[in-house]
Ligand binder design. Structure first.
Ligand SMILES: [Cu+2]
Length: 117
């Protein structure tokens, strides 16, 4: 009886474990970032990007960006909100930029932005 119980428990673990690993590996959807890590390193590094579009009405910027290490995000083109509207006065479409992006209130916000030298 005990042997049977152990056998069933072991079998259940074998079935469940690979499934959990697979589910975690697939949790990367950059549309709304559900798999994004919440914890961040203390220092936020600057990331490289190129301005695609500026939307002052909505305080947003479209950036083609490289890896954003602190957000665990690979390179892509996406829309960011900016912390200050004035940040958008310093750049224009086509500019190569360096920027800091941080997760705040469930959105990703650009907290620093400068034209790359
Ligand atoms: Cu991105």
């Amino acid at each position: 009886m005990n042997t049977l119980k152990t056998l069933i428990t072991t079998a259940a673990l074998l079935v469940v474990t690979p499934f959990a690993i697979t589910a975690q590996a697939q949790a990367v959807d950059h549309g709304n970032m559900p798999g994004m890590k919440v914890e961040q390193p203390a220092a936020t590094e600057m990331s490289d990007g190129e301005v695609r579009k500026i939307d002052k009405d909505n305080q947003k910027i479209t950036l083609k960006h490289g890896d954003i290490k602190n957000l665990d995000m690979p390179g892509m083109t996406m829309v960011f909100k900016v912390k200050d509207l004035a940040m958008l006065d310093k750049v224009k479409a086509g500019d190569k930029v360096r920027f800091k992006a941080e997760k705040a209130d469930g959105a990703i916000v650009v907290t620093a932005l400068e034209v790359a030298k």
